[in-house]
Design a protein around this ligand. Structure first.
Ligand code: ADP
Ligand code: MG
Length: 324
């Protein structure tokens, strides 16, 4: 018997995908491999679907995490996948499994956190499921969004010569998790970890920009998530990490491999990147962070920081392998 740790999270997803390749998707549908699945809505627009778990002991430490933050995070990480495709979130389904000794206060605070973010982002709760759990809290959220077909950004759109950029500094959430575990103070890091802010506004903006060719959100660490774009687009990358990529609360390693940042990672036309930066600044007051270029060197990703080559001790998160 071989262990799942040998196959890894992405090896298992690949096996699931291969099993279903015999049944091709109808025209306009996109399945496994992007942040959301895509189903045509009408001639010009599509529905976007994504689902993510939040499990006690795996995604959060139930003794430490405030239940209101749990409710926020359960929805936030899902909304982030809609932003990653350039879409607008419309509705959610919420399934919760709770141990019988969970308090009403916990459940109410959880719902408050979920509801506050739903109100802010104008999300309707369409339904879900509720059950008891024999062990820990398990939450599964599905979100539904929409986008004009011409605005949807896939992981497969990167072109050689594109600039690679992110929407904000990285690593704060990973730094926050370390502080929570070590019981240290680190307000910015801990806030980033408990209260991730999905990039709804800038995701939609980048969706409307023709110069943006590929996009995804960073949930498993920049280095690992960039690999998904490189694999899907059949290209390579050279990164020159600027200091402003590293969040003030974080280390270089946390910025490159930490995970749970929920910033957006995208590639865009190099010739018009200045204009894109200016538009993001003028329209949203946001500073884009260019970090490198797409190359023709398939599957190769070279990372430089302060003119030194960076070798990563680990490359993001794999659920069956833990941090490598
Ligand atoms: P994200 O980090 O954006 O949520 P994942 O890395 O979890 O994306 O998943 C990558 C792709 O694999 C997505 O398109 C997702 O829908 C698909 N996927 C993940 N797990 C499964 C599964 N158990 N069955 C089918 N598809 C899956
Ligand atoms: Mg994603």
């Amino acid at each position: 018997m071989s262990k799942l740790s040998t196959l890894g999270e992405f090896g298992l997803i690949e096996e699931i995908k291969t099993r279903f390749t015999g049944a091709p998707l109808p025209a306009g549908w996109h399945g496994i491999g992007d942040d959301c699945a895509v189903i045509p809505k009408d001639a010009n627009a599509s529905w976007l679907y994504s689902t993510d778990f939040l499990l006690a002991g795996v995604h959060f430490l139930s003794d430490d995490m405030p239940p209101r933050a749990c409710g926020h995070k359960a929805l936030a990480v899902n909304l982030s996948d809609i932003a990653a495709m350039g879409g607008t979130a419309r509705a959610a389904l919420l399934s919760i499994a709770l141990p019988h000794d969970m308090t009403t206060e916990w459940a109410e605070a959880f719902m408050q956190g979920f509801h506050e973010l739903a109100l802010k982002e104008n999300i309707t709760l369409l339904g879900g499921d509720t059950t008891k759990s024999r062990h820990d809290v398990a939450i599964s959220v599905t979100v539904i969004g929409e986008a004009e077909n011409t605005n949807i950004k896939y992981r497969s759109g990167a072109r050689v010569g594109d600039i690679i950029a992110v929407t904000r500094a990285l690593g704060a959430s990973a730094a926050g998790l370390q502080s929570i575990i070590k019981k240290e103070k680190n307000k910015d890091g801990i806030d980033a970890h408990y209260w991730p802010q999905p990039e709804m506004q800038i995701g939609k903006f980048l969706g409307t920009q023709k110069a943006v060719h590929a996009m995804m959100d960073i949930s498993d660490g920049l280095a690992q998530d960039l690999r998904h774009i490189l694999n899907a687009s059949d290209c390579g990358a050279v990164l020159n990490i600027p200091d402003n990529l590293i969040h003030p609360a974080a280390t270089l390693d946390q910025a490159l491999s930490g995970g749970e940042d929920y910033a957006l990672l995208f590639t865009a036309d190099a010739a018009t990147f200045d204009q894109l930066e200016k538009a993001a600044q003028d329209e949203l007051g946001r500073t884009l962070v260019p970090i490198g270029k797409i190359t023709a060197n398939k599957g190769e990703c070279e990372i430089m920081y302060q003119s030194q080559k960076v070798t990563l001790p680990k490359e993001g998160f794999d659920h069956f392998r833990g941090m490598r």
